[in-house]
Design a protein around this ligand. Structure first.
Ligand code: AMP
Ligand code: MG
Length: 537
C-alpha cells in the first residue's frame, strides 16, 4: 500500500522555473551567510525522527492532485515532513530582505522555510510547495530553522480560515508533528522550555515578497533585481506581456490594486496580521506568514495582537491600510532603478489610496446591506458607526450579524432607546453597564440607519442575506485556537479538526457550532495566546 502511494506521489509533476531561471547561490551547505547576486540557495530539509500527520486539508490536496487516500499514507508524511524528496523537486531557500517595524533589517530570507519545488497541478496551475519549520538554511542566522506546534496550528487553521472567507491567502496542505522537541522562550522572559516541533506544508502560486526585491536594490544589484522582476512578470503576471518598462509599471499597479483589495478584506472581517513587515507582504496580494495575528473582538482600531508592537501599535487594526501603503512605497523605491520614472510609480501609489478608499466604502455599504455607497448620506452614517462601535466594548463580528436581523420596516416614532437596541444587545461585552447616554447615542445611530434602509428599499430578507455574505459568523477567534492548541499539547487533536470544520463555512449558520460564534469568554480576556502573542514561534 505504502509503495503504491509513493509511486503515485512520484507521479506529481514539477516544473521548477524559479530555480531553473534565476541565479543560485554557488555555495553549498547550511551555514549562515550573506548571499549575494542570487535569489536562492539550494538546501535539503533536515530529517526528523518520528513524523506523524495531525491534519491535512483535503481540498488543498485535491487542488494539487493528491488524493485523500494518499494524504493518509506514510509516503505523504515522509514527504511533507522533509524526510524524503521526490526526484522532480529542487529544494531551496529564498533570499530576501525587509523593513521590520519601519527599519531596514538587511538580509532575512527563508530562515526556516524550504521550498520543495513548483508543482504543476492537474488543472495546469502552478503551486510552489514549501515546508515551514524544516530546519536550518543559510538564512537562519542564529536561529534553529524550526517551528513549534502552537504556531503551526495557528498557521494551518488561519490559512484555511482565510481561504474559506474568500480572502486571498497562501494555503496549508498539512500539519505534521516532527517527533522532535524544540526549545522556545515563548514570552522572551528567560523561561525557555521544550515544545513539540511541527511542520506545515504551505502552497501558493508564488511566495515572492516585497522584500525579495528590496534586498537586491539595497545592494545596488540591478542585474539580479531585473532578473527577479522579469521572472515575476513572466510567471506571476503573464497577462502583462513581455517584461519591459511598461509592464514593470503595470506590475506595480497590479500589486497596488491587489494589496488594496486585501486590506479591505482584512478590515471587513476584523483580521489583524500583526507583523506587516515588508518581508511579510506578498506581491500577489496574498495574506502570508501567519505569526502573532489576531481577530478583532472588541472593536478597537488601536488593537494589535503582537506583544512586540505593544508600545508602537504600528501594526494595529486601524493602521493596516496605511502601513500597506508605506510598504508599497518601499517596493516602489526598490524597483525604481529599473524604471527610472518616479512619477509613474508615485501616481500608482496615489491611486492606491484612492482605490483603497473606494473599495472600503463599498465594503462598508455591503456590511450594512446598502445597495450602494451614497457619499452624501453614508459618509456620516459610517463615520458615526465607527464612533459608536468604540463607545463601549462591542464585539464587531456579532454586531453586524445582529444588525442584519434588524427590522427596517419598524416605526421609529414610539420606539424607545432600549427597545431599539434589544436586537443587537448580544454584541456587547457588558450590556448591563451601558450608560443611558451611550445607549442614546447607539439608538440614535440605529434610527439613522433604519431611515437609510427605508430609503434604500431592500426587503429585510434580501438585506439580511446580503449582509450575512459579507459579515462572517465564524472567525478564528484567538481563544478558540488557544483551546485547540492547549488540547493538542496534551496529544488531543480533535479540537483542531473541529475548528477546521467550523471555519469552512464562515458565513453560514451552523447550529451545531453555535458556541464557536460566541463572544470571547471572560477568562480569555488577558490570557497569553488569547489576547496577545509574541513573535516566538
Ligand atoms: P517572521 O517574523 O516569521 O516573518 O520571520 C522573520 C525572519 O526571521 C524570516 O527571515 C524568518 O525566516 C526568520 N525566522 C523566524 N523564525 C526562525 C527560526 N526559528 N529559525 C530561523 N529563522 C527564523
Ligand atoms: Mg516572515
Amino acid at each position: 500500500m505504502a509503495d503504491q502511494a509513493l509511486l503515485t506521489l512520484e507521479n506529481l509533476h514539477f516544473d521548477n522555473r524559479f530555480t531553473r531561471l534565476l541565479p543560485a547561490d554557488p555555495q553549498q551547505g547550511k551555514q549562515a551567510r550573506q548571499v549575494f547576486s542570487a535569489c536562492y540557495s539550494r538546501v535539503q530539509p533536515t530529517s526528523v525522527s518520528n513524523p506523524s500527520l495531525i491534519i491535512h486539508a483535503p481540498d488543498v490536496a485535491g487542488q494539487l492532485g493528491i488524493s485523500s487516500e494518499l494524504c493518509q499514507s506514510d509516503a505523504f508524511v515522509q514527504l511533507f515532513s522533509g524526510n524524503q524528496t521526490l526526484p522532480g523537486m529542487d529544494p531551496h531557500a529564498c533570499c530576501y530582505g525587509g523593513h521590520q517595524f519601519g527599519n531596514w533589517a538587511g538580509q532575512l530570507g527563508d530562515g526556516r522555510v524550504i521550498n520543495l519545488g513548483e508543482l504543476i497541478s492537474p488543472q495546469n496551475k502552478r503551486w510552489m510547495l514549501q515546508l515551514k519549520g524544516a530546519g536550518r538554511t543559510p538564512y537562519s542566522r542564529s536561529a534553529d530553522g524550526l517551528a513549534v506546534l502552537r504556531s503551526s496550528v495557528r498557521e494551518f487553521l488561519c490559512s484555511e480560515a482565510m481561504f474559506h472567507l474568500d480572502i486571498p491567502t497562501t494555503r496549508a496542505l498539512s500539519l505534521i508533528l516532527t517527533g522532535e522537541q524544540v526549545m522556545r522562550d515563548m514570552f522572551y522572559d528567560g523561561h525557555a522550555a521544550l515544545e513539540p516541533g511541527a511542520i506545515v506544508c504551505r502552497a501558493a502560486p508564488s511566495f515572492t515578497r516585497f522584500g525579495s526585491f528590496q534586498i537586491f536594490a539595497s545592494r545596488g544589484d540591478t542585474a539580479t533585481l531585473k532578473a527577479l522582476l522579469d521572472h515575476t512578470i513572466t510567471t506571476d503576471f503573464p497577462h502583462l506581456g513581455a517584461p519591459n518598462q511598461t509592464s514593470y509599471v503595470q506590475c506595480f499597479e497590479a500589486i497596488c490594486q491587489s494589496t488594496a483589495e486585501l486590506m479591505v478584506d482584512w478590515m471587513r472581517v476584523g483580521f489583524v496580521h500583526g507583523v506587516m513587515n515588508t518581508d511579510n507582504m506578498s506581491v500577489l496580494g496574498l495574506s502570508i506568514d501567519y505569526g502573532p495575528y489576531g481577530w478583532l473582538e472588541d472593536y478597537n482600531p488601536d488593537w494589535t495582537p503582537n506583544t512586540t508592537d505593544k508600545a508602537m501599535h504600528r501594526y494595529c487594526y486601524g493602521q493596516q491600510a496605511a502601513i500597506a501603503g508605506w510598504n508599497l512605497a518601499r517596493l516602489a523605491e526598490a524597483i525604481l532603478p529599473l524604471i527610472g520614472d518616479a512619477k509613474a510609480l508615485q501616481q500608482a501609489l496615489n491611486n492606491y489610496s484612492t482605490i483603497y478608499n473606494t473599495l472600503w466604502q463599498n465594503m462598508m455599504a455591503d456590511k450594512l446591506g446598502l445597495q450602494c455607497f451614497e457619499p452624501q448620506t453614508d459618509t456620516v452614517l459610517i463615520d458615526e458607526l465607527q464612533r459608536i462601535l468604540s463607545l463601549c466594548e462591542t464585539d464587531m463580528g456579532i454586531f453586524y450579524r445582529k444588525l442584519a436581523m434588524l427590522d427596517a420596516t419598524q416605526s421609529l416614532e414610539k420606539t424607545n432607546d432600549s427597545e431599539l437596541m434589544r436586537p443587537i444587545l448580544d454584541a456587547y461585552y457588558k450590556p448591563d453597564e451601558i450608560k443611558p447616554d451611550t445607549q442614546q447615542q447607539i439608538a440614535n445611530w440605529l434610527r439613522s440607519y433604519i431611515l437609510r434602509l427605508q430609503q434604500d428599499g431592500r426587503s429585510n430578507a434580501a438585506r439580511k442575506q446580503h449582509m450575512n455574505r459579507h459579515n462572517p459568523k465564524y472567525v478564528l477567534r484567538n481563544y478558540l485556537v488557544q483551546i485547540a492548541i492547549d488540547q493538542a499539547a496534551m496529544g488531543d487533536y480533535s479540537e483542531i479538526h473541529r475548528l477546521y470544520q467550523v471555519i469552512q463555512r464562515p458565513y453560514d449558520e451552523q447550529p451545531a457550532f453555535e458556541s464557536y460564534a460566541a463572544k470571547r469568554p471572560e477568562w480569555a480576556r488577558n490570557r497569553a495566546g488569547c489576547s496577545m502573542l509574541s513573535c516566538s514561534s
